[in-house]
Design a protein around this ligand. Structure first.
Ligand code: SAH
Length: 380
């Protein structure tokens, strides 16, 4: 008998998204980090958010509204307070950007129902690109909307005119960023290319001369060689549009995310899969890619659109000033010992300094001339 030689191991076949990205690189050359990230998260067929619901203990990550009902309830009360300060308009568009599973909106609407004139004024609009998540949102909101449906939009641009309340929790961190690196010859863009060894992806530097320096704030431009600076053009565009709409129609927006209060050098692009960090260019479409939000850029863009900007406050300070401890005490009154432990743990996660309390920040935008919204210091 002749022993049959085993054929050499062949590498795992590429996923359809990896194939698509490699074809793009073959045709267009190395891609900007924003193009890579945009496809990884939002490719209409294979993108990370498009193909599945990734939330919760069994998924990749967990967000504040998924940790506790208190988060959405307090945001709902913040909206009610802001609506009263707007002069209690008969109609207001309550808009959520990137509503995930719809949990925040569901909890906010339950809190809003305690103030019937406010609840009756609300028209719910959801800006969401993922069909899978749209259907989760529809299910989550059906009871609160009494069988009615929210109105979905692919982008904020199609939300109708009128007074606005806008909520965005962990939405801006999912928008594609561009990365720039300081070299001995000046700033240059980082691009994503196919790695000739191994066939995965790798970062390369753009060798073509381009007007990159103008995109880097003067304060950051002087950073040492090797520094990285990130911009998020989609975030800036949405903030500017929000600013313009708030200036025209009045209202407020509440933006909650992790990030830095001032524009600064730093590499923050990260990939998370099953609650752990993984290399950012591995397996696009299979891990959550996010970057820290530059709150200074968001605030400046909204102000350029005509809005007022408040904060950012830390999530811990913000939730405490809205009364999270009082709300937790109310919930504890009816809780079993096990539920009490869950409530204590949730409060700790949401406001604890080493958990979400300090890293996460809250920026509010308002129509011009409006007072400081609840949870923010009045201007001196
Ligand atoms: N706010 C939710 C979900 C955060 S995850 C929570 O706190 O749990 C980001 C959300 O934004 C998802 O719903 C995702 O599908 C959506 N999303 C990402 N990019 C988007 C885009 N460009 N336009 C609209 N929605 C987007």
């Amino acid at each position: 008998m002749v022993p049959e030689a085993r054929p050499p191991d062949s590498p795992l076949p590429d996923s359809p998204l990896t194939e698509h990205l490699k074809r793009r690189i073959a045709v267009e050359g190395p891609l900007s980090v924003a193009s890579f990230m945009g496809d990884a998260l939002g490719h209409p067929k294979f993108g990370y958010y498009i193909t599945a619901d990734r939330f919760g203990a069994a998924g990749d990550f967990i967000t504040a509204p998924e940790i506790s009902q208190m988060f959405g309830e307090l945001v709902g009360l913040w909206c009610a307070h802001t609506w009263a300060a707007m002069g209690s308009p008969d109609r207001v568009n309550l808009v959520e950007l990137g509503p995930g599973r719809g949990t925040l909106m569901r909890d906010a609407l339950r809190a809003a129902a305690m103030l019937p004139p406010f609840r009756e004024a609300l028209r719910v609009h959801l800006v969401e690109t993922s069909p899978v998540l749209r259907s989760r949102q529809g299910e989550a909101l059906a009871p609160a909307l009494e069988g009615g449906k929210p109105v979905w939009h692919d982008s904020f641009a199609t939300v109708p005119d009128g007074p606005l309340l806008v909520i965005a929790n962990e939405f801006f961190d999912a928008l594609p960023i561009r990365q720039f690196e300081k070299t001995p010859h000046g700033w240059t863009e980082r691009l994503v290319d196919v790695d000739p060894d191994g066939g995965g992806f790798r970062f390369v530097l753009d060798r073509r001369p381009g007007p990159v320096e103008a995109l880097i704030p003067a304060r950051v431009r002087i950073s040492p060689v090797g520094s990285v600076f990130e911009i998020c053009p989609a975030a800036t565009a949405i903030a500017r549009e929000l600013g313009g709409r708030l200036a025209g129609s009045g209202g407020a927006a509440l933006i909650v995310d992790y990030g830095h209060p001032r524009s600064a050098a730093g590499e923050t692009l990260q990939a998370v899969r099953r609650h752990a960090f993984v290399p950012v260019l591995d397996d696009p479409g299979e891990a959550d890619l996010t970057a820290h939000v530059d709150f200074e850029m968001l605030a400046d863009a909204a102000k350029a659109g005509g809005a007022g900007a408040w904060g950012p406050a830390s999530q811990g300070e913000f939730l405490m000033s809205l009364g999270i401890q009082e709300r937790a005490a109310m919930l504890r009154q009816r809780a079993t010992p096990e539920q009490t432990a869950d409530i204590d743990r949730a409060v700790q996660r949401l406001i604890g300094e080493t958990e979400m309390g300090t890293l996460f920040k809250v920026l509010a935008l308002t129509g011009p001339g409006q007072d400081a919204p609840a949870g923010f210091e009045p201007r001196p």
